[in-house]
Design a protein around this ligand. Structure first.
Ligand SMILES: [Zn+2]
Ligand SMILES: [Zn+2]
Length: 540
């Protein structure tokens, strides 16, 4: 199966290489002509020919455009770069506080920040899945703007075998465009998007493989696993001060890929398509080793604009498959977004660099060769408003997307143990306020339900400890963590936003509650009492 793929690729490569040679010859002629001209001009200007050198710059492509190609060689130069931040060792030792600093400095308006850790920070590369085989996705680049699912191959390669395959592919890859780039990142960037979208190149597009979403719980993390490790080891982040995942980690639990990292091993052109993080969480991605990854990101304020543009451009695809963006299989040239006045930023993340994405930020990109990276989400009290936004956006999209978990659950879990967890004063206040708001809203919703129907039977959950994902709303598919309403006749259930759950014209409903009003209120009073006896020094 693998041999057949290689053979197929080789044949298609041979077929295109002749065409490439012809193009290259044309290009050589053009280059020679241009050099001649330059020499002539310099003679005229009185500069000795020996002093004319080719300038190392992105703008110095010999041939700018080609009548048959969609993009000019320098088109991508117009996408501005993601800002880089170099934190002090002290700032870097408190990851969630660092994110606050980045917010205070206004970096959220770029969507992403690239972090260069202090020079002294050199985590030992510890990813060693030994003989565990990695699952890979096959990605035919020309399919990436057609929204086709990837073929998932399970247990394909050990890490060494994957590296060997990836290195061979990169070594034997022949550039298809005739443009000469001084910078190999720019050359790959042009090639990549050409194979994704340009009819002239699509037919010669290649298939690459990406070992993605590998749970660190199964394959191991790339960071040393120890509780005494640096706070920025991604496998320690969930236990950071101010993290809402501390409580989960304390219970020796994890939400895979969210509170515990996933590993990624890429090759040249291995792609991640446009997506936002679950529940609009922050994400952090560390490149352990290998070739760089090009990232594109859209500031969170433009999420809706992005949604509208991509749905307009790929209308037919969305008509067939409305959940397309949630499947993360569709990409789109960032220049199409730039053209439509959406700010896009780009960067190359190299080994040893971290990328942090802010809430609600669409991001996409591809690798430049074999690499190993690791990613995990971050949630802190300041993120709760983003979680609410995400939940209501998912509800609007109906059954396409379910929350990974209800944020109400995370608030409640944290509030119950607030005095045992590490929170700064500010984060603690934010969490308490979020709880108060959640409680007031919930009690308000219950009141609305009581008014809406003639007869409402209030009934506690059969099991108040039942997992958060047990009950969902039949209209919006969201979890109904705190309470839900169900019809006595047809048994359909809805969240407190979708209280007209059924068409029975039945006026007898059950309001099922996880916590009684007394429990919700008393929890709050307890915290307030703690607050008053507290000296404010909650593990600052
Ligand atoms: Zn609902
Ligand atoms: Zn009914």
């Amino acid at each position: 199966m693998k041999d057949a793929t290689i053979l197929r690729k080789t044949i298609s490569k041979l077929a295109v290489s002749k065409k490439c040679q012809e193009k290259a010859q044309q290009l050589c002629n053009l280059r020679a002509e241009k050099k001649e001209r330059k020499l002539e001009e310099s003679k005229f200007a009185g500069i000795p020919a020996s002093q004319i050198i080719e300038i190392e710059s992105d703008d110095d492509e010999v041939v700018e455009s080609h009548p048959n190609y969609m993009r000019n060689a320098s088109s991508y130069n117009e996408i501005p770069e993601v800002p880089i931040y170099e934190p002090t060792a002290e700032e870097f030792a408190n990851p969630l506080r660092l994110i606050e600093i980045l917010n205070e400095k206004g970096f959220a308006k770029y969507g992403c920040v690239k972090i260069r850790p202090p020079k002294s920070w050199k985590p030992e590369f510890s990813f060693n899945p030994s003989n565990k085989k990695l699952n890979v996705r096959e990605q035919l680049l020309s399919n990436l703007n057609e929204g086709k699912s990837f073929i998932e191959n399970t247990n394909m390669y050990t890490l060494e075998e994957f590296k060997e395959m990836a290195d061979n592919f990169a070594k034997n890859y022949e550039q298809k465009s005739p443009f000469k780039f001084k910078n190999s990142f720019r050359a790959n960037e042009y090639e990549y998007w050409a194979m994704v979208e340009d009819p002239e190149f699509k037919k010669d597009s290649v298939t690459v493989e990406y070992a993605a979403d590998l749970p660190s719980s199964k394959y191991g993390s790339g960071f040393p696993s120890s509780n005494s490790g640096h706070p920025f080891y991604l496998n320690n982040l969930s236990n950071s001060k101010d993290s809402l995942f501390q409580i989960i980690t304390r219970k020796q639990e994890a939400i895979s890929g969210i509170s515990s990292p996933w590993m990624y091993s890429g090759m040249l052109f291995a792609s991640f398509c446009w997506h936002v993080e679950d529940l609009y969480m922050y994400s952090t991605n560390y490149m352990h080793k290998g070739a760089a990854k090009t990232w594109y990101c859209i500031p969170g304020d433009y999420k809706e604009a992005f949604d509208n543009i991509i749905k307009e451009k790929f209308g037919v695809l969305f008509f067939k498959e409305p959940s397309l963006l949630y499947s993360i299989v569709l990409t789109m040239n960032p220049l199409e977004l730039v053209k439509r006045k959406i700010p896009v930023y780009r960067t190359e993340q190299k080994a040893g660099e971290l990328i942090i994405t802010f809430p609600q930020v669409y991001h996409a990109g591809f690798s430049h060769g074999f690499n190993v990276s690791e990613a995990v989400n971050i949630a802190m009290p300041a993120w709760i408003p983003n979680a609410k936004q995400a939940t209501s956006d998912y509800a609007r999209d109906g059954s396409f997307k379910k929350c990974t978990f209800p944020y109400e659950w995370l608030i409640f879990e944290n509030i119950r143990k607030i005095n045992q967890l590490k929170f700064s004063r500010e984060a603690r206040d934010q969490l308490i306020n979020a709880y108060k708001e959640m409680k007031d809203k919930e009690l308000g919703n219950r009141e609305k339900v009581m008014k809406c129907y003639d007869k409402v039977l209030v009934k506690p959950f059969n099991n108040p400890h039942i997992r958060y994902d047990y009950h969902t709303c039949s209209t919006c598919s969201n979890y109904t963590y705190l309470s839900f309403i169900s019809c006595m006749t047809c048994k359909k259930a809805g969240c407190t936003h979708h209280i007209t759950v059924c068409n029975c014209l039945n006026t007898k409903m059950v309001l099922n509650t996880r916590f009684t009003e007394k429990e919700l209120t008393e929890t709050f009073i307890e915290i307030e009492e703690d607050e008053n006896t507290d000296d404010g020094d909650s593990e600052q």
